[in-house]
Design a protein around this ligand. Structure first.
Ligand code: HEM
Ligand code: NAG
Length: 503
């Protein structure tokens, strides 16, 4: 008897789950996409784990159109105009559950992970002045100090002899790593008040980089599976799940965040005119401040490092661009229009430098998370009906290589496009490229200002001093994608330039 009941129950459960799968399949059956993706999230999981999801989504758009289905409840959109509309300040879209998976601390939200618009808005309002550098003293000087430390590290340890004259010393350097030391030192200095000191030690302090490289691919994969997020973040799982607080890299850095924040909220609070000080002044709670300091490190180091690496790679592999940029810098130095180091304001006045930076961010957008949003009502995207509740991801590679926006040669690194475009097209190009920072949306990157200061300085300070070539152009780097990029082995030979132009 019991056996029969069990068998019937099992049969019913199977029928129910098949019926559910079919219903879920049919909801978006009118949207083209890879066959298996329509039935199971494991298509997305597998591609996320492949380290090539950014390219895969672009392939999908090329094959199925700018709106394609990539999961039972997922679509991806590669149309710049539609993405701008969906992310816009007054749009009816909200963050999908994916963001919950981005909680650094499984039991607490940050700007990055909160699904609640009101909370998100309030946090942003409290942090905008600090991120904008408004009540922060010495923001630029803090970055200058790290630029100097970066140059010093290269000069002290990694300069090679001029190969035309002698082969000694023969030295190469994995510039991908050193660039990350630079961005980590900048962001830790700004977020905590003290730089990690990666550049000074020439080391991955606290194993932070090693830890993120191991954990981020898992984080962003879990984020694809709502039931997995709930399971891992459930209080009942607390004893079983490895807590990031106890992990070597994250835990140590969270400890540093806690230390930095503690001082500001103690009996005799330390009052400083830095970013944290600004957050405190504008009413961030102790808990929030701790979480947001940590967010800065995670959101601001790998992204900016990728922008620097990719742009540098495009520069040194395009001789015309390299020569023109170096000429612009040299002439600027000679004319006394470039201080040492170059100031942010000065850098903005060099059109070719600005074009190179934009073109780099366009060709290789550093932040490639799915960033899914959903609408509470049905919507039409790219002319196709998308039912309420569907997660709409963006395809950064499709957006940034759109030919109508950037021209027929959109797959080429050609900074000149930013100088040649007529004003109306330039406006659209600018808006589209800035989507790399979620620009113009209510999710716009809070650290854009900081990142742009870094970019405005770093290429000038490198190229005014050094010549940089790839050791092996057939293997420029090792780059894998996990929402951000994990990049290493960008081995270059750096020599001091023959005619160094001093300021
Ligand atoms: C080139 C470098 C960078 C790129 C490409 C980039 C890109 C992005 C993108 C696309 C978002 C939006 C995510 C979403 O839609 O939810 C974002 C958000 C954010 N970024 Fe950046 N970022 C960069 C550097 C930085 C830096 C240096 C910091 C810190 C100083 C930072 C802090 C943040 C924060 C706090 C948010 C959350 C904003 C919110 O949820 O409202 N980013 N960034
Ligand atoms: C490239 O980097 C990835 C991720 O860090 C690593 O798993 C892989 O072994 C590296 N490949 C090579 C050829 O070094």
């Amino acid at each position: 008897m019991l056996l029969i009941v069990a068998a019937v129950a099992l049969a019913l459960a199977i029928v129910y789950s098949i019926a559910r799968s079919i219903a879920s399949y049919q909801r978006l059956a009118h949207i083209p996409g890879p066959r298996w993706a329509a039935w199971t999230d494991f298509w997305l999981v597998r591609n996320q784990l492949s380290g090539k999801l950014n390219f895969k989504l672009h392939d999908i758009n090329s094959r199925y159109g700018d709106l394609a289905r990539i999961g039972p409840n997922w679509v991806v959109c590669g149309d710049p105009g539609e993405i701008r509309r969906i992310w816009a300040a007054r749009s009816s879209y909200k963050r999908a559950y994916w963001y919950r998976g981005l909680r650094m601390d499984p039991y607490r939200d940050s700007t990055f992970s909160t699904l609640d618009d009101a909370v998100h808005n309030e946090l942003r309002t409290k942090m905008l002045p600090g991120y904008g550098g408004k009540d922060v003293d010495g923001l630029h000087e803090a970055i200058d100090a790290q630029v100097a430390a970066f140059v010093k590290l290269l000069e002290d340890k990694y300069l090679a002899g001029n190969p035309a004259k002698s082969h000694l010393p023969y030295r190469t350097v994995d510039i991908a790593r050193k660039v990350q030391f630079f961005t980590l030192d900048v962001i830790s200095k700004l977020a905590f008040g003290d730089a990690f000191g990666c550049l000074a030690a020439d080391a991955d302090m606290f194993d932070y980089i090693k830890t993120t490289e191991h954990t981020l691919p898992i984080f962003v994969t879990v984020a694809l599976l709502p039931w997995m997020i709930d399971l891992l973040q459930s209080p009942y799982m607390r004893p079983l799940v490895p807590n990031v607080r106890n992990m070597v890299g994250f835990g140590t850095v969270m400890g540093l965040a806690q230390q930095a924040v503690d001082g500001r909220y103690s009996e005799k609070p330390v009052v400083k005119r830095d970013m944290l000080g600004s957050f405190v002044k504008h009413g961030l709670s102790r808990d929030e401040a701790e979480g947001e300091a940590m967010v800065q490190i995670v959101a601001g180091s790998d992204t900016t490092a990728t922008a620097i690496r990719a742009t540098l790679l495009y520069i040194i592999t395009n001789p015309q661009v390299y020569a023109r940029l170096q000429r612009e810098i040299d002439e600027g130095v000679r004319a006394g229009r470039i201080s040492s180091p170059i100031s942010d304001a000065e850098a903005r006045r060099f059109p070719y430098l600005q074009a190179v930076i934009r073109e780099g961010m366009r060709m290789w957008p550093p932040a490639t998370g799915l960033l899914p949003k959903f609408s509470a009502t049905d919507d039409i995207i790219c002319g196709v009906r998308v039912p309420a509740g569907t997660s709409v991801a963006w395809a950064p590679w499709t957006v940034m290589h759109n030919k109508a926006v950037f021209g027929e040669d959109s797959y080429q690194f050609r900074p000149e496009r930013w100088l040649d475009a007529p004003p109306e097209q330039l406006r659209v190009m600018e808006q589209t490229a800035m989507l790399g920072f979620a620009g113009g949306s209510r999710y716009e990157c809070l650290g854009k200002n900081v990142a742009m200061i870094e970019l405005n300085k770093i290429f000038v300070e490198l190229l005014r001093r050094f010549d940089i070539v790839l050791v092996d152009p057939t293997q420029p780097w090792n780059s894998t994608n996990a929402a951000i990029f994990i990049q290493s082995d960008m081995n270059v030979r750096i020599t001091r330039r023959e005619e160094v132009v001093e300021a």
